[in-house]
Design a protein around this ligand. Structure first.
Ligand SMILES: *Cc1c(COP(=O)(O)O)cnc(C)c1O
Length: 396
């Protein structure tokens, strides 16, 4: 179509090996095709990227620091660098792709944005960029989640978004997503912002592209701090996979850089109370993509469980299904307890309270041995303010 070439192992139809693609109802074909066309048209456009970079710098506060955690490094006998996405405006990485997506929506002449949200983090990021750009914002959220996540609901409303509680099914993320897709079918003039590297092609590729600023910065920061741009390890948590995709992006084709994805084991991968999709999932279709899915033998989605709302998803982005199955990434399942311990440790040793999601990545330090000259970069995807009530409950 044009000169744009993704650095991801993805083909023209959005397949990462046998994962990905676009499994959508006929009525959405035109919407998805228009999106793909717009993405290819603007991804290398100078004006577009200038506006995107400027907002990442002046609004989000990028580059986020790459911080050598000295006391943590000493404790684990290795060299630990924390990529501080927790310091972004709104407190996590999600704002990066929300801004990229909203800029694309603006270029496409859209004024109405739809989104779905589970814990509310993606809803808040979307409501934020809609306020920033003067766009109408409708966020679908399961009625159960609306009750559980009141502070984020209030935040979205204060930002001017309309929060639509969804009363079907389990009244959680899956049901909110169905409702958002239904809205998109009826309102093709709206733009659907997805919060992770999931959904039909080109969403996984597009979201990974907007998040790739994370690894682009890591390379520059390592070059200036240690004199070379490749670490030995990059570690990130995976829910749908967007912060991991951003942290891995520019290293995927450098086999010397080992990639580790931490998924949420909940109470344990074999307990039935888990969100470790890569460990226990089987191939299926969810939200328009072929990937690994937590499902019964006859294809019913199994409700996932994790103490961390942001990792509580029964699928996984097709990129990560591929990286795991091809052996490019190592996947380690981290239990609630291991993540909580890692969060308390980081807080006490470095004075940083991480998001519960990010704590799953930090817990890798207790599960894998690194040598004293390894350079280990851990993506701290978000800050822990939103998780204080959970931390207080589990504090010894
Ligand atoms: C939403 C969220 C995640 C999980 O989403 P990914 O798409 O897998 O990155 C991780 N960390 C934080 C702080 C989040 O808000």
């Amino acid at each position: 179509m044009n000169a744009y070439k993704s650095l991801l192992p993805v083909d023209e139809d959005g397949y990462y090996g046998r994962f990905g693609g676009a499994y959508i109802p006929e009525i959405l074909h035109k919407n998805v095709e228009n999106l793909l066309e717009a993405f290819h048209r603007y991804v290398d456009d100078e004006e577009f990227n200038k506006e995107f970079d400027q907002l990442l710098r002046d609004y989000v506060g990028r580059p986020s620091p790459l911080y050598r955690a000295n006391r943590l490094s000493e404790l684990y006998g290795t060299n630990i660098y924390l990529k501080r996405e927790d310091l972004n405006h709104t407190g996590a990485h999600k704002i990066n792709s929300a801004i990229g997506s909203a800029l694309l929506a603006k270029r496409m002449g859209k004024h109405r944005i739809i989104a779905e949200t589970g814990a509310g983090q993606h809803g808040v990021a979307t409501a934020t960029v809609c306020a920033l750009m003067g766009m109408e914002c409708v966020v679908y959220m399961g009625a159960t989640d609306v009750e559980r996540q009141q502070p984020n609901v209030e935040r979205m409303r204060m930002l001017g978004a309309k929060v639509e509680p969804v009363h079907s099914g389990n009244k959680t993320l899956k049901d909110a997503t169905n409702e958002a897709i239904r809205d998109w079918c009826c309102n093709p003039d709206s733009f659907y912002i997805i919060g992770s590297t999931v959904g039909p092609h080109p969403y996984p590729e597009m979201v990974a592209h907007f998040q790739s600023v994370i690894s682009r910065e890591i390379k520059e920061q390592l070059r200036s701090q240690i004199g070379h741009e490749n670490p030995d390890y990059v570690v990130a948590c995976v829910g749908g996979g967007s912060n991991a995709a951003g942290a891995f992006y520019h290293f995927i084709n450098s086999p010397g850089v080992k990639l580790i994805a931490a998924e949420a084991a909940g109470l344990g991968v074999d307990t039935g109370e888990t969100a470790a999709t890569i460990s226990v999932g089987t191939e299926g279709i969810i939200h328009g993509a072929r990937t690994l899915v937590m499902q019964t033998p006859d294809g019913q989605i199994i409700e996932p469980y994790s103490v961390s709302a942001g990792l509580d998803y029964p699928g996984i982005g097709p990129l990560h299904a591929f990286l795991a199955s091809s052996g490019r990434a190592e996947v380690i399942a981290v239990t609630d307890r291991e993540a909580l311990d890692a969060a308390f440790r980081l807080t006490r040793v470095e004075g940083i309270i991480p998001a519960l999601e990010s704590a799953h990545a930090l817990a890798i330090l207790d599960k894998k041995r690194f040598s004293h000259d390894d350079i280990v970069v851990i993506n701290v995807s978000g800050r822990g303010d939103k998780d204080m009530h959970t931390y207080l409950k589990y504090q010894d």
